[in-house]
Ligand binder design. Structure first.
Ligand code: GP9
Ligand code: MN
Length: 427
């Protein structure tokens, strides 16, 4: 019922971070690229194998003169993996504890998603991905989110040699996507979801230009090879954007959606990180993914704030100078100066600048030291835990109860799904 929304609104009233005046509207009117780096973890940044950088292009981007990069940014996905990341990034709502919210609720629910918000601010909106449109129920969910265009695998050239692992190779994907992008009226919001760096990290011989790691774990060792390939594809795409003059009037947001190496591979992870063994603190750290925003009005830096995927939407909207008109967002602008910096994992564990609470243990985040909290620490940790539990359960309530259908706003028009059709026209 409509009144269920009250507790959500009340919570958000007390948990929203102010925009930072230094950044609000700094990139107003720019095109927006969201580059979804499949299974890309933070540890890959500046990582070397045999003395060679795995991802030289992303490293350059990460450290760029006009890139704000975050080094305490965590993925927050559960079983919905990519789809959970998409849900958080574009709605600032958490995925569900089980299954995929896009699959179960994407077709029916009302949303206040990034594409719809930006559409209503004059943006053209498009999602691009080299997999079939039914995967994660994107073909329906994207309509509910207000995407004007969805260029799925039907829009990309097909040839057996163009595909590896899950689908279209990233280099071909970016090349073909560029053709569609050039036809989009500006300003546009374009999301490109990559694919090649996906478990089990298969790459054809001709594209293997990087040595595998040598942990002896077969599902881990080729990870750096597909990551290297993704990096090359990203580099080519950025060069192209620069060459055709699109880069200077765009912001480029690049992020890793979730881990590529799961917690089942502790011995291999230990070897990769050059550690004797791995505990649950290390595994929590290992859930960091890169989050980077390029914009030529931004002064590059590494920002150490603690945050995660839930925080992306308010961050981007504020950079674009868009007041969100009180759409429901559980995240906090990463550039705000009054953030709470409590990063919730979907299972209720969490990380703050002080404490990492995971698997029933408490660690000091800065040192990794395991502690038995004293009464004062206990109080703080309990308060943080309550915050995490509340935000997760309220976000779930929004999705499970389809509460956004009751949330009418002056500045936001509800999306009419029937207006969208992503089928390529015949011929
Ligand atoms: C499939 C791709 C992979 O289209 O996005 O999803 P994942 O397995 O990473 O959730
Ligand atoms: Mn994924």
């Amino acid at each position: 019922k409509a009144s269920d929304l009250d507790s959500v609104l009340n919570y958000l009233k007390h948990n929203q971070a102010n925009a930072n005046v230094k950044y609000f509207g700094k990139e107003k009117g720019k095109n927006v690229f969201i580059i979804h780096l499949e299974s890309f973890q933070q540890f890959l940044i500046d990582y070397k194998v045999d003395g060679k950088e795995v991802t030289p292009n992303l490293n350059k981007f990460y450290h760029g003169k006009h890139t704000i990069s975050f080094d305490n940014f965590y993925h927050q996905v559960a079983q919905g993996k990519t789809s959970d990341a998409e849900m958080m990034l574009e709605n600032s709502l958490f995925g569900l504890p089980q299954g995929s919210a896009m699959v179960t609720y994407g077709t029916q629910n009302t949303f206040q998603a990034a594409p719809a918000i930006l559409d209503q601010h004059g943006y053209t909106t498009a999602a691009m991905h080299g997999d079939v449109p039914s995967f994660w129920n994107r073909e329906n969910t994207y309509k509910s989110w207000g995407y004007q265009y969805f260029f799925d695998s039907n829009y990309f050239k097909e040839k057996p040699s163009y595909s590896v692992g899950y689908g279209l190779k990233d280099k071909i994907f970016f090349k073909d996507a560029a053709n569609y992008i050039q036809q989009l009226p500006q300003p546009f919001y374009a999301k490109l979801i990559t694919l090649t760096n996906h478990y089990p990290y298969i790459l054809d011989k001709q594209n293997q230009s990087f040595p595998a790691t040598k942990t002896g774990d077969n599902t881990v060792d080729p990870y750096v090879q597909t990551a290297h390939y993704l990096d090359q594809a990203f580099g080519e795409f950025m060069n192209y954007l620069n060459k055709i003059g699109l880069l200077k009037n765009s912001i480029v947001v690049a992020y890793g959606d979730h881990y590529g190496i799961s917690n089942n591979h502790r011995p291999a992870i230990a070897q990769l990180l050059n550690k004797k063994s791995i505990n649950s603190y290390d595994l929590a750290q290992f859930q960091k993914v890169p989050f980077m925003i390029y914009g030529n009005n931004l002064k590059g830096k590494i920002d150490h704030t603690y945050g995660g995927e839930i925080d992306v939407l308010p961050t981007i909207l504020h950079l674009l100078g868009i007041k969100d008109n009180n759409t429901i967002q559980f995240g906090q602008d990463l550039l705000s100066t009054n953030r709470n910096q409590i990063v919730a994992f979907r299972d209720g564990d969490f990380v703050t600048p002080e404490y990492t609470v995971t698997g029933g243990n408490v660690y000091l985040t800065k040192t990794g030291e395991k502690i038995t909290p004293n009464s004062e620490q206990k109080k703080q940790i309990q308060a943080d835990q309550n915050h995490v539990n509340t935000e997760l359960s309220l976000s779930d309530r929004v999705i499970l109860g389809d509460l956004l259908r009751f949330h009418h706003l002056d500045g936001f028009k509800t999306v009419d799904r029937s207006q969208y059709n992503y089928k390529p026209s015949a011929g």
